[in-house]
Design a protein around this ligand. Structure first.
Ligand code: DLL
Length: 432
């Protein structure tokens, strides 16, 4: 049976939640202003003082923060406490030069773990479960987050990390895993292998907690059928803590935001205007309990809709829709953040013209990723062997830059269609 981890919070009345948020916001603004010089400057530029923010109604007065602000301030610019009070860092996947590094105190980790525990309880998890965590462990937040949540609910935790599919399945069978946590594409891949190994009737899975990338209702349906489980979505981002910023309940119609910690807003991505609930726009979060890395009005670039409609699960926490896309050009391929500009940098460094196309698709629930690069007329006359060596070299540089390997194909000069307006660099055929 699915349940609550913090019923008092998850089912709090609107007034109770508002009061909590008001108090916490005021404290967080003061904390960020007093301890983060970069933030103080930002507030001064917009003429706002901490005293101007007396409740959540004043949130709009604060300046927005973006990934670029975090990159500019790398690595310690947004750290609000001495390093001696921090116990962990995590970092975003993918790089455009500098990664974003997030810092945590023990209290920040406890809060994050609790958010993941709420997600696990909502998916029916308890101390009776064997939770199989196949998100990556390390700098990526997926493994550590769900691991912490699983401990909090008292489940037996299998810290599998990703990869080594045969061993994953063997453990699943031998140890009787009941809840699987991984990206939806890895869940689909595991399901395929479970069937081909002929062990479908030996697995005891009942639920999955899948996130970190966009996935469709069709994909949910396929995974649920093929593994005989209920599949729950989970959302989050490193800058705001990691997975568990929001989570799905048995209703499966959007994700409840842990709004006692993360205050959401929807804005028009072009004008920054705050939009009412029900309208589609960019999701913005203010962290109202963070000690080490208290980001306020952080623009996620994820496009979605917020709703306060009553939910059959009894939770009153505001719900966000599945992200419907992004307001920047970041792609998430096999769970890794990829910016087209990174690919362009590799090509430029290797002396190629900027005529390329990135093709992304999803075949059998797995992302395919190809980069087609136009040769110069000089290269075109080269031997086949030389061309294949060139492709290998590009592949190695791209793997180095991105952390994942695309298929690299050199194509004939002038064969990539030229655009009259903006160049169409990305063809993403994934239906999510
Ligand atoms: O992906 C954290 C996470 C780990 C979430 C495990 C869920 C499960 P980042 O690597 O910083 O953090 O990537 C964050 O991934 O802004 C979204 O664009 C996307 N994303 C995360 N969850 C979902 C989801 C982790 N459920 C970026 N659906 C976010 C669609 C998601 N997109």
């Amino acid at each position: 049976m699915s349940g609550y981890y913090r019923e008092d919070i998850e089912r709090a009345s609107y007034e109770t939640m508002r009061k909590l948020q008001d108090e916490r916001l005021v404290t967080s603004v003061r904390h960020a202003y007093d301890n983060i010089a970069y933030y103080r400057e930002k507030m001064r530029e917009t003429g706002v003082e901490p005293g101007d923010v007396r409740s959540t109604d004043d949130l709009f007065k604060l300046p927005f923060l973006s990934k670029d602000d975090l990159r500019d301030a790398y690595p310690y610019g947004f750290l609000a406490l001495p390093l001696s009070e921090c116990v962990r860092i995590q970092s975003t996947s993918g790089t455009t030069g500098k990664r974003v590094v997030a810092f945590y105190t023990q209290h920040d980790i406890d809060v994050w773990d609790e958010c993941c525990a709420r997600a696990i309880r909502a998916a029916g998890g308890s101390n009776e479960d064997v939770i199989h965590v196949s998100y990556g462990y390390g700098l990526f937040t997926g493994g550590p987050g769900l691991n912490g949540g699983s401990h909090k609910v008292g489940a037996l935790t299998l810290p599998m990390s990703s990869g080594n599919t045969d061993r994953q399945i063997q453990f699943m069978v031998d140890l009787g895993s009941t809840i699987l946590c991984c990206t939806p594409s890895y869940a689909a891949f595991l399901a395929e292998n479970i069937h081909s190994m002929g062990v479908r009737d030996q697995i005891k899975l009942k639920a999955g907690i899948f996130g970190a990338e966009a996935w469709s209702e069709e994909m949910r349906c396929d995974i649920e059928k093929s593994l005989g489980i209920k599949a729950y979505d989970i959302y989050g981002l490193t800058e705001i803590s990691g997975p568990g910023v929001s989570f799905e309940c048995s209703d499966q119609t959007g994700m409840h935001i842990n709004e006692d910690h993360f205050l959401p807003e929807i804005i028009d991505p072009d004008t920054g205007k705050v939009l009412p609930y029900g309208e589609k726009g960019e999701l913005v979060f203010s962290c109202i309990t963070k000690e080490a890395f208290p980001l306020l009005r952080y623009r996620t670039r994820d496009i979605c809709v917020l709703s306060r409609a009553e939910c059959s699960c009894g939770r009153t926490l505001v719900k966000m829709s599945k992200p419907m896309g992004r307001s920047d050009d970041m792609l998430i391929i096999r769970g890794v953040n990829v910016f087209p500009s990174q690919i362009e940098t590799v090509l430029m460094n290797a002396g190629y013209p900027a005529n390329y196309q990135i093709l992304v698709d999803r075949v059998n629930h797995t992302d395919t990723f190809e980069v087609q690069v136009e040769m110069t007329p000089e290269m075109f006359s080269d031997e086949v062997k030389e061309l294949s060596e060139r492709e290998d070299e590009l592949l190695a540089s791209m793997r180095n830059m991105l952390g994942i390997s695309p298929k690299v194909t050199l194509v004939n000069p002038k064969s990539i269609a030229r655009s009259e307006g903006k160049a169409v660099r990305v063809i993403d055929k994934r239906k999510v």
